[in-house]
Design a protein around this ligand. Structure first.
Ligand code: ADP
Ligand code: MG
Length: 787
């Protein structure tokens, strides 16, 4: 009879196998738990549920939801979650602020958990968002509700060192990303595996599927496995069959929970439009803000330059409400900072481009104002959706020029209930003189005004609906005067601009564009285009090698342009091509020489001098060595000196001896090679062993599950610990990046870096001997630049 193992009575000296018995028990329970969950999901019909607790969810997700105080499901969540849990593709359409984020994040966690996904399985879910801010917001929600899970998740949105993201990417199970940055990783991150992705989510799906992101998205999808689940969400959902085919959707469930509703916008939203002539726009906005100092507002404009101009001028007019501005060309750390500030603010006015039009969930916004009309009804719906979120109330005001009134009719046909309002005469005031004063005092501000003017005209010229938006019907001269300019800058190159093409260029990934030498913006901000097309006489002038006619002001612009690849000077770009390389060094360096046996090498450049410090390089220049043999006294001799001729001849002819020598040496090299290879193989083996060991350790950690906080691989940003949020790292990165000179209207934090950069680049710009003496000089120069 085999000896039976008896459990001792006292707990103090347990036998060794108790531990493994406990592990087995735990494993069995886990298996049972998984089976139970699968059965619950299979049998779940999804009908008549109101609470998250009624869903067949893992206890981790349920706990995450409970801790985040989510109890009752919204309509879209009630419909989409059960379907997605059953493995179906979902096309979810529901109004802004109706809880779409949870409708896809809950299934993402559940699907991966039920597939027993571990940190070792790599990337399992990809969530794509059109903007960095929205991706960050989605990631924050994921962290909240996924805190009890053992997955690792990360943000891949750019604005950070590619290398940091690359390292972290290999460890991520769930990635929330922007399309451009993801594509860049696919291009540049070795070993990035997307062929195991189980779930693909597109938030703001119609935006990601539209022309702007078309190529980028197609390239990403090409790398994903065909067998995967796809979840698409938006307030303005695409139903285009070709789009769905592009994604490989066959039997997707289309869920439009608010299709029967009388309005496409939230019920608590009051919407108005006001007809204002273009020159009156800023006056009206100013008066409006003055009358709503206790509110929280978002003001949409069509381009970054306008946002900057209005922000800078209104700031100096001391309106009496904290002003903020946000656009896609700010530093990432500034973007994060401003988003956080506006989220936390009770009263504030945020001037912004469409970078915040979609998805962002700023709490308690009272007003959404659209100073410039959106590109279409969809964009309108998303912009106004920044207020009246999740059953709250809000108001929206759209400014339309008299020639644009038809836009309001278009909105009505899209089920947008909007009413016309007028402005009280008593509230009217003009800020034209104040603006003129500001621009007169500050040429930089005037230059910004000119850029803003040009970009506004451009934004109108790329509007899709040519019936509504007609540049030729706008009073451009009066508009220029109204914003403080002395006359309308002349604009070239506005014809034949294809809006779709513009978007495509704008949304192409920055990193890849840099490789291709193109220039534009990420995140579609209504302003871009091929810079190469527009060449001014100043371009040609700068390309000349003997420039000494630029004023200090214009030299700054050139310098600025070179230093900041993101600058938006679509019409003002000055390429200094060929300048640096062609100009001979003005100072003749006395030439040095270096003597090596049999040669004298002239050192005619610093590069050569540096190169010759390397022994390896030097060895190449020296004559080939000769073989010496040492005698008994240690004296060196040439071979033939120690060998008499007869003996030499005995050994065979010189040629056979040479052959023999070569053969022997060849053999020796081969042996050494085999040995080297063996060594390399062992090293590889060792590395693999270490990797496996590490993996096993990690697995052990994950195996511990949620037993102890210190062992759980939490849903943290790829930076590591909770506190290691984006901003901190980015600051480090930004310090290392070359920066252009800070303009007075930019954030103070850039000052140090800008000075550094200015120091570096100063020597490359030839400044004018004479600065413009009077206003006319400046005016002429600046308007000339815009030709
Ligand atoms: P959408 O993506 O549809 O515009 P979000 O997912 O951003 O909407 O959600 C809007 C707001 O509603 C968020 O502040 C979110 O926290 C809240 N929310 C979402 N679902 C629920 C829910 N089930 N219960 C309570 N609040 C919710
Ligand atoms: Mg959303």
């Amino acid at each position: 009879m085999p000896p039976s193992v008896r459990l001792p009575e006292r707990t103090g000296d347990r036998p060794v196998n108790t531990k493994s018995a406990a592990k087995r028990l735990k494993r069995r329970r886990n298996v049972e738990e998984f089976q139970l969950l699968e059965t619950r999901v299979r049998e779940f019909d999804g009908k008549d549920i109101t609470a998250f607790s009624e869903l067949p969810l893992t206890k981790q997700t349920a706990a995450g939801l409970h801790k985040a105080h989510f109890k009752t499901l919204t309509d879209i969540q009630r419909k989409a979650i059960p379907l997605a849990l059953k493995g179906r593709d979902v096309l979810g359409a529901a109004k802004t602020g109706s809880g779409k984020t949870l409708a896809f994040l809950i299934p993402v966690l559940e699907i991966l958990y039920r597939k027993k996904w571990t940190a070792m399985d790599g990337l399992g879910a990809l969530v794509i968002s059109p903007t960095r801010e929205l991706a960050t917001q989605i990631f924050d929600v994921l962290r909240k509700i996924g805190r009890e899970h053992a997955f690792s998740a990360g943000l891949v949105i750019g604005g950070k060192k590619l290398k940091d993201e690359q390292e972290a990417l290999h460890r991520m199970n769930i990635v929330v990303c922007t399309p451009g940055r993801m594509l860049q990783h696919m291009d540049q991150t070795a070993g990035l595996m997307l062929d195991n992705v189980q779930v693909l989510v597109l938030d703001e799906a119609d935006r990601i599927l539209d022309m702007g992101f078309r190529k980028t998205l197609d390239a990403i999808i090409e790398n994903l496995p065909k067998e995967r689940q796809t979840l698409l969400f938006s307030a303005t959902q695409t139903k285009s069959l070709s789009d769905l085919a592009r994604l490989g959707l066959k039997d997707a469930e289309y869920l439009a929970v608010h299709e029967a509703a009388t309005s496409a916008t939230p019920a608590g939203l009051d919407q108005f439009y006001m007809i204002t002539t273009l020159p009156e726009k800023l006056n009206t906005l100013f008066a409006f803000l003055r009358n709503h100092l206790q509110s929280k507002m978002v003001v949409f404009m069509s381009s970054c330059k306008q946002v900057r101009f209005v922000y800078e001028t209104f700031r100096q007019l001391h309106i009496g409400i904290p002003l903020l501005h946000l656009h896609g060309k700010q530093k990432q750390s500034a973007r994060i900072d401003i988003t956080a500030k506006f989220s936390a603010a009770k009263q504030s006015c945020l001037f912004s481009t469409d970078v915040v039009a979609r998805g962002l969930d700023f709490p308690a916004v009272d007003w959404v104002i659209q100073l410039d009309a959106p590109e279409d009804a969809d964009t309108y719906i998303h912009r106004v959706g920044r207020t009246a979120r999740f059953e709250k109330a809000g108001k929206a005001l759209l400014f339309l020029c008299p020639s644009e009134e038809k836009f309001a009719d278009g909105l009505a046909s899209r089920k947008v209930p909007i009413n016309k309002v007028g402005q009280k005469n008593s509230k009217k005031q003009s800020i034209q003189n104040q603006l003129q004063g500001l621009l007169f005092k500050d040429p930089e501000l005037k230059y910004l005004g000119q850029k803003a003017f040009v970009s506004y005209c451009r934004s109108i010229s790329v509007q899709k609906d040519r019936e509504v938006f007609k540049l030729e019907e706008l009073p451009l001269d009066e508009y220029a005067t109204s914003i403080g300019l002395l006359g309308a800058p002349r604009i070239k190159g506005l014809k034949n601009v294809d809006a779709a093409k513009t978007k495509e260029i704008k949304n192409a990934p920055r990193g890849l564009k840099a490789l291709e030498g193109a220039s534009s913006d990420e995140e579609g901000e209504g302003e871009a285009g091929s810079r190469k097309d527009v060449r001014t006489k100043y371009d040609r002038m700068v390309e000349r090698k003997n420039i000494n006619v630029l004023t200090a002001h214009y030299a700054n612009l050139v310098q600025d342009d070179g230093a900041d690849p993101d600058d938006e000077g679509d019409f003002l770009t000055v390429k200094r091509s060929g300048y640096d390389s062609d100009i001979p060094d003005p100072i003749e360096m006395p030439s040095k020489t270096l003597k090596v046996p049999g040669k004298e090498i002239i050192i005619d450049s610093k590069r050569k001098e540096k190169m010759l410090k390397s022994k390896r390089e030097l060895a190449k220049l020296k004559p080939k060595g000769t073989r010496l043999v040492f005698d008994d006294d240690g004296e060196a001799h040439q071979i033939y000196e120690l060998q008499d001729e007869d003996k030499f001849r005995e050994a065979g002819s010189a040629e056979t001896q040479r052959r023999k020598f070569l053969d022997e040496e060849g053999k020796r090299v081969k042996e050494a090679d085999i040995w080297d290879r063996q060594l390399a193989k062992e090293k590889r083996k060792e590395r693999r062993r270490a990797q496996k060991l590490r993996a096993a350790e990690e697995e052990a950690v994950i195996g511990e599950g949620s037993d102890g906080d210190e062992f759980r691989v939490e849903l943290v940003p790829y930076g590591g610990a909770e506190g290691d949020h984006l901003g901190q790292d980015e600051d480090v990165e930004v310090e290392r990046q070359p920066k252009r000179q800070r303009k007075w209207f930019e954030d103070n934090e850039e000052e140090g870096e800008a000075k550094e950069k200015a120091k570096k680049t100063r020597g490359r710009v030839i400044e004018a001997a004479k600065a413009p003496e009077n206003l006319e000089d400046l005016e002429m120069l600046a308007s000339g630049l815009i030709e």
